[in-house]
Design a protein around this ligand. Structure first.
Ligand code: 4GX
Length: 231
C-alpha cells in the first residue's frame, strides 16, 4: 500500500513515520510512504503558500494552486484504475475509529493533505478531496500529527506490517471490547502478584478469565462501547 502526504513539513512526517514498526514496514516494502513539500509547488518568488481570506477574517489560508500542482505531480505515473482515496485531515471531519481504519486499508493508495493556519481554500477540498477525517474533537496547530496517526492506524492493518497478524485481531476495539489486563515477569511487584489463573497453565480457564476481565474493564472505563455493541 502507498501513502503520499502533502505537507509544509515533510521532514516532520518522515521522521515520525521512519521509526519503529512503520519505519521497518517501509524498509521491507510492505508499505511506501512518501511526503511532498507543498512549498516546492509555489510559483511565487518568495515561495508563499498562504494568503488572507476573501471577505476578511482572522489568520491565513493555504492557497489552492500549490496544493493542486503537488497533487497532480503525485498522480503522474499512477494508473487511473488504481483504488485511490484522498483525505484531508481536519477537525470538521468524521472522527477516526477502527472501522474507518479497516475501510481505508482496502485502498491501494491513500493521498493525505495536511492543512495549516486556518485551513485550505474551499475549492481544493471540492476539487481533490474525497473525505475529511478528524482524529478527535480538539484543535491542533496542523494536520501533520493527525496524518501520522492515520497512516499508523491504517498501515498496521496491511499485510506484512505486523510480525504476528493475530496481534491486531485480539486487540482493543477489534472485538468491540477493551483488552484484558496483562502481566509479565516478575511474578511479584511492589507486593502485587500476578493473578493465580494466569500461572495455572489451564487455557480454558485463562480464556474465560480474560473474557470476564475485558467486559469488566470496558464497563468501568468505556461503558459507551458496550451500548454500541448492543446496537
Ligand atoms: N483532526 N487540525 C487542520 C487546519 C484547519 C483549520 C480549520 C480546517 C479547518 C485536526 C484534527 C486538526 C488543525 C488539522 C487545523 N483545517 N486534524 N488544521 N483535530 O486539529 O485532524
Amino acid at each position: 500500500m502507498r501513502f503520499d502526504i502533502m505537507t509544509l513539513f515533510p521532514d516532520f512526517v518522515d521522521h515520525v513515520l521512519g521509526e519503529s514498526i512503520i519505519g521497518r514496514a517501509q524498509k521491507s516494502g510492505a508499505i511506501t510512504v512518501c511526503s511532498h513539500n507543498i512549498r516546492d509547488y509555489s510559483k511565487d518568488k518568495h515561495r508563499r503558500v498562504d494568503d488572507t481570506p476573501y471577505g476578511g477574517g482572522k489568520g491565513m489560508l493555504m492557497m489552492a494552486p500549490p496544493i493542486y500542482d503537488c497533487y497532480q505531480a503525485i498522480l503522474a505515473g499512477y494508473p487511473a484504475a488504481e483504488k485511490r482515496h484522498v483525505v484531508y485531515m481536519s477537525p470538521r471531519g468524521r472522527v477516526l475509529n477502527q472501522e474507518k481504519a479497516r475501510e481505508l486499508a482496502q485502498y491501494d493508495h491513500l493521498v493525505i493533505l495536511c492543512g495549516h493556519y486556518e485551513g485550505v481554500d474551499a475549492r481544493i477540498i471540492e476539487e481533490i478531496v474525497d473525505e475529511e477525517i478528524s482524529i478527535g474533537d480538539f484543535v491542533l496547530t496542523g494536520g501533520e500529527l493527525p496524518a501520522c496517526i492515520l497512516v499508523d492506524a491504517v498501515a498496521r492493518l496491511v499485510e506484512g506490517v505486523l510480525a504476528d497478524p493475530e496481534c491486531y485481531e485480539k486487540e482493543s476495539f477489534s472485538g468491540g471490547l477493551l483488552e484484558y489486563p496483562q502481566y509479565t515477569r516478575p511474578v511479584e511487584f511492589l507486593g502485587k502478584t500476578v493473578p493465580e489463573v494466569l500461572l495455572s497453565g489451564h487455557h480454558a480457564n485463562i480464556d474465560k478469565w480474560r473474557e470476564e476481565q475485558s467486559l469488566a474493564v470496558t464497563r468501568k472505563l468505556r461503558p459507551e462501547l458496550l451500548e454500541k455493541q448492543q446496537e
